[in-house]
Ligand binder design. Structure first.
Ligand SMILES: [Zn+2]
Length: 215
């Protein structure tokens, strides 16, 4: 469909909100466990292992088998010349920095280098904040903030978080009342995605309140 963002340039009529989408749990790789011998799911232990070999260093994030606690070492880097490693990263690895461990554990695309079977992140949490509040408005603009990769689809997320059926969301899209940009909405949510929902008599106030984080 064709539309222009300029249609909504009147700031005073748009309620702007931000949805921060966070995965509830890291994706789990399925791998053959060298300890119990089964094909099984692994979970990050949050700790790193470093191994120096001459002037070269290996770093792994240690995963544990959910069945037997056996380990799998997920490579962070291998055989890197020690002088080329960022000192901050080296400190984080040595300190088992939780932020670095989580950033790697939540990188599901990176996991697919090691196994074709990765269980998705298991749902998301949505934190809603009003960015620009207005007294009287005719449209709601939602900006998505996705700091870690998530596997949730935009249409499903909108239906769930707006408290509507997916058929209702689809109908609003078809009517041009819900606009998601040029590359569609049956796809994964991405950082910076912007959704505009026009207020109309049949868009319930409750749904809009929920979208703004008041529900
Ligand atoms: Zn095992």
């Amino acid at each position: 469909m064709d539309f222009r963002w300029e249609d909504h340039d009147d700031m005073s009529t748009i309620l702007r909100v931000q949805w921060t989408i966070e995965p509830l749990a890291a994706p789990q790789p399925h791998l053959p466990c060298s300890h119990c011998g089964r094909m099984t799911a692994f979970r990050s232990s949050g700790t790193f292992r470093l191994n120096a070999n001459g002037k070269r260093l290996d770093a792994w994030l240690i995963y544990r088998c959910l069945g037997c606690d056996g380990t799998w070492n997920r490579p962070v880097f291998e055989r890197l010349a020690i002088g080329t490693i960022d000192p901050d990263q080296l400190n984080q690895l040595q300190a088992n920095d939780a932020g670095l461990a989580a950033a790697i554990a939540f990188d599901g695309a990176g996991l697919r280098r090691f196994t074709s079977r990765v269980e998705p992140d298991g749902g998301v949490r949505v934190l809603k904040q009003v960015i620009i509040a207005v007294d009287s408005w005719t449209a709601l603009e939602i900006t998505m903030v996705v700091l870690r990769p998530v596997s949730v689809r935009l249409d499903r997320l909108l239906a769930r978080e707006l408290g509507m059926s997916r058929e209702r969301v689809k109908a609003l899209v078809n009517m041009g009342r819900l606009r998601v940009g040029s590359d569609g909405w049956r796809r994964g949510v991405r950082d910076g995605d912007r959704v505009v929902l026009d207020y109309g008599g049949d868009v319930q106030d409750r749904a809009l309140g929920v979208a703004a984080g008041e529900g």
